[in-house]
Structures are given as structure tokens and as C-alpha cells.
Design a protein around this ligand. Structure first.
Ligand code: NAI
Length: 344
């Protein structure tokens, strides 16, 4: 089985080589992302393996089909970069639904603590032997209210972490999880209630038509002054321009962003010697109360191992048993996992 692997980074290879060799899968590693210009590199391969910022639009899907590529194996959970409607009936799409919810939830908390306790500032100051505390005042998380939008795998781990800090949790999910609401420290509320009462808001829902710019002008207006926004899910959940305006007006107290709307132009690459054309990203990064990481929340040894193992098992299941529990199916209209493994 031959798979063209796009957007390869050095940290991807060791686990994929290990699991691929064990299961007889040969990966051809390309550093370039998959898009309309690079899709022909998949010619002669049985499948492609892609990540969050590869472009899998209708044109790419059509060309993959013309070349006889049978499967798109996402090595991530989110699939907003795949035109699922177009893929339906043409090509199979597999994903890794969960690889380490702890990795992402812990990163969200790491960003929150860094931001509100000014650790990013302290690190730079003390390296310069500046031991002044001026401007370093933070606030306790204990007793604060955190709004969690999306109570799936990652959202629930994040809630557990927040409860450990003695925080109150207001949760919102289109499909609430049974048994999570205890009527006290964790309560499901409406989105409006969540916006109005949360000191901190953390996004753990997928990017869909419903959730596009869920943090936008209207919703930010409902938030408390000084609200802290954490986004480790998908960039377009937050209207970056509105967020920037909120930071400037002091409505937003801090922002912790592991994802950004236009991240595919920048994230995962070194632009340190370049002029950044994106004024919103550059301005956000220049703010003392904004922390940006480059979609690194997933990046733990455990997660990389799980991603490679599940992707390889997905491919083996698909090609050898025509069955893969992690196949995405558009037919249900909700793109839930296709449990039957026969999406067409
Ligand atoms: P999950 O599928 O377990 O949970 C997502 C939750 O969002 C579900 O409970 C679902 O019902 C809920 N949801 C769906 N539509 C909603 C809506 N309109 N409003 C509110 N909630 C809604 O997914 P998981 O594993 O918890 O991942 C969450 C997100 O985290 C993913 O969609 C992905 O975008 C992002 N992610 C980011 C990573 C990173 O490195 N920064 C790594 C992995 C995932």
C-alpha cells in the first residue's frame, strides 16, 4: 500500500515509519501541502495522508479520483478543510477522531495561566535580570466562571482541569453530554447566559456553519468586560478583526490563540525573516495580553504516537477489510462517524 503524505514535518516521521513498517504501508513524504497545484504528486498512490491546513476542495478531490486515489486519510480530528459534500460518493475520508484530548485541554490551560499570570512577560524580564514586578498583577482562577463551548472529548477534559482549580463551569453544547451537569459547579446554559456570565470563555466545538465566528461582534458585545478568550479549536470560530477591536477597546482582557482564521498562510512555517502581510495577525501578536501559539496544542509525544497508530490502522482497515470505524460520512448530514464503514 502506497500513501502520499503531505505537509510532512520532522516530528511526523518517526511514529509513521514505525507503524507503517509494521503494517506494510510505504509513505512518500512531501513537505508541501496538498492543494490544486500539488495534487498531481499523489499520482500512482493508493491514498493521501493530510493534516489540518491541506486543501481538500472539490477540484483536489476530482483530480485525486481521476488519478485513482481511493482514500483521504486525515491525521487529525477536524475535517473542515475537506469538502465533505463533494467527497460523498467519490472518495473515502478517514480521520483520527481522538488522539489526546489531554494534550489540547492542557495546552488551553497552559495558555490561560501564562496569560493571566504574565509568565510570558516574566520569562523575558528575568532573562534580562529585570526583577521588577510592575505590571505583573494577575488574578486567581479559583472562584472564577469559565464558559466552555463544546463539551466533547477535549471540552470535558478542560472542564475537569478547571474544576481542579475551583472554577465554576457554564457549558454549552448543541448535543449536551449526559451526566456532566451537576446543577452546581458545572451547568449547561444557553449561549447567551454563557456569554453574559463567563470571566473566561474556551472554545472546544468544531468549525461548522453554526459555529463560524461564534465569537463575533454580536456575541462579544454580550460578554463581560475583561473576558478572556481561549481558542484551541479552529481559527474561524473567532472573528479575528472583532477580537482585535475588543482588545483595543479593553472589552477583551486577554486572548489565548492556538489557531487563527488565516493560519494556513503562516502556521507551522518559519517567517522570522519575512515581512508579515497579515496586519491583524501582526497586531494581535504585538499585544501584551495576546498569546499566539502555532496550532501546537496537539503536539505531545503521546498524541503523535496515537495519531500515527490510528491513521495506519484506519488505512489497513480500509484497504484490507473494507471497513473502518473512523470513516467520515456526509450522508447523515451531520458528518458523524460512519459506523458501518460503507459510506457510499
Ligand atoms: P468532539 O467531537 O469530541 O467534541 C466536539 C463537541 O462540540 C461535541 O460535543 C459536539 O456536540 C459539539 N458541537 C458541535 N456543534 C456544536 C455547536 N454548534 N455548538 C456547540 N457545540 C457544538 O471533538 P474534540 O475531540 O473535543 O475536539 C474539539 C475541537 O478541537 C475539534 O473540532 C478540533 O477543531 C479542535 N482540535 C484542535 C487541536 C489543536 O491542536 N489545536 C487538536 C485536536 C482538535
Amino acid at each position: 500500500m502506497k500513501i502520499a503524505f503531505f505537509d510532512t514535518k520532522p516530528y511526523d516521521k518517526p511514529s509513521f515509519e514505525k507503524f507503517g513498517a509494521e503494517k506494510g504501508i510505504k509513505f512518500k513524504y512531501y513537505e508541501t501541502k496538498l492543494n490544486e497545484d500539488t495534487v498531481d504528486l499523489a499520482n500512482g498512490y493508493d491514498g493521501v495522508c493530510v493534516f489540518v491546513n491541506d486543501t481538500v476542495n472539490a477540484k483536489v478531490i476530482d483530480r485525486l479520483c481521476e488519478m485513482g486515489v481511493k482514500v483521504i486519510a486525515l491525521r487529525c480530528a477536524g475535517f473542515n478543510n475537506v469538502d465533505m459534500k463533494h467527497a460523498y460518493g467519490r472518495i473515502h475520508v478517514l480521520r483520527v477522531p481522538a488522539y489526546s484530548p489531554y494534550a489540547v485541554a492542557e495546552h488551553a490551560m497552559a495558555m490561560l495561566l501564562t496569560s493571566i499570570r504574565r509568565i510570558h512577560k516574566a520569562y523575558i524580564r528575568t532573562r534580562d535580570f529585570n526583577f521588577s514586578l510592575a505590571g505583573m498583577t494577575g488574578f486567581d482562577l479559583y472562584g472564577k466562571t469559565v464558559g466552555v463551548i463544546g463539551t466533547g472529548r477535549i471540552g470535558r477534559v478542560f472542564i475537569d482541569i478547571c474544576r481542579g482549580f475551583g472554577m465554576k463551569v457554564l457549558a454549552y453544547d448543541k448535543y449536551p453530554a449526559e451526566g456532566l451537569d451537576n446543577g452546581d459547579t458545572v451547568r449547561y446554559v444557553t449561549l447567551d447566559e454563557l456569554f453574559e456570565n463567563s470571566d473566561i470563555i474556551s472554545l472546544h466545538c468544531p468549525l461548522t456553519e453554526d459555529t463560524y465566528h461564534i465569537i463575533g461582534e454580536d456575541t462579544l458585545a454580550k460578554c463581560k468586560k475583561g473576558v478572556v478568550i481561549i481558542n484551541t479549536s479552529r481559527g474561524a470560530l473567532v472573528d479575528a478583526e472583532t477580537l482585535l477591536a475588543g482588545i483595543k477597546s479593553r472589552k477583551v482582557g486577554a486572548a489565548c490563540l492556538d489557531v487563527y482564521e488565516e493560519e494556513s498562510d503562516f502556521f507551522f512555517e518559519d517567517f522570522s525573516g519575512h515581512i508579515i502581510e497579515d496586519d491583524i495577525l501582526a497586531r494581535l501578536i504585538s499585544m501584551p495580553n495576546v498569546i499566539v501559539t502555532s496550532h501546537q496544542a496537539f503536539l505531545t509525544e503521546e498524541a503523535l504516537y496515537n495519531i500515527a497508530e490510528t491513521t495506519v490502522n484506519n488505512l489497513v482497515g480500509f484497504f484490507e477489510n473494507s471497513q473502518c470505524p473512523n470513516e467520515l460520512c456526509y450522508r447523515s448530514g451531520t458528518a458523524e462517524d460512519c459506523k458501518s464503514g460503507k459510506c457510499f
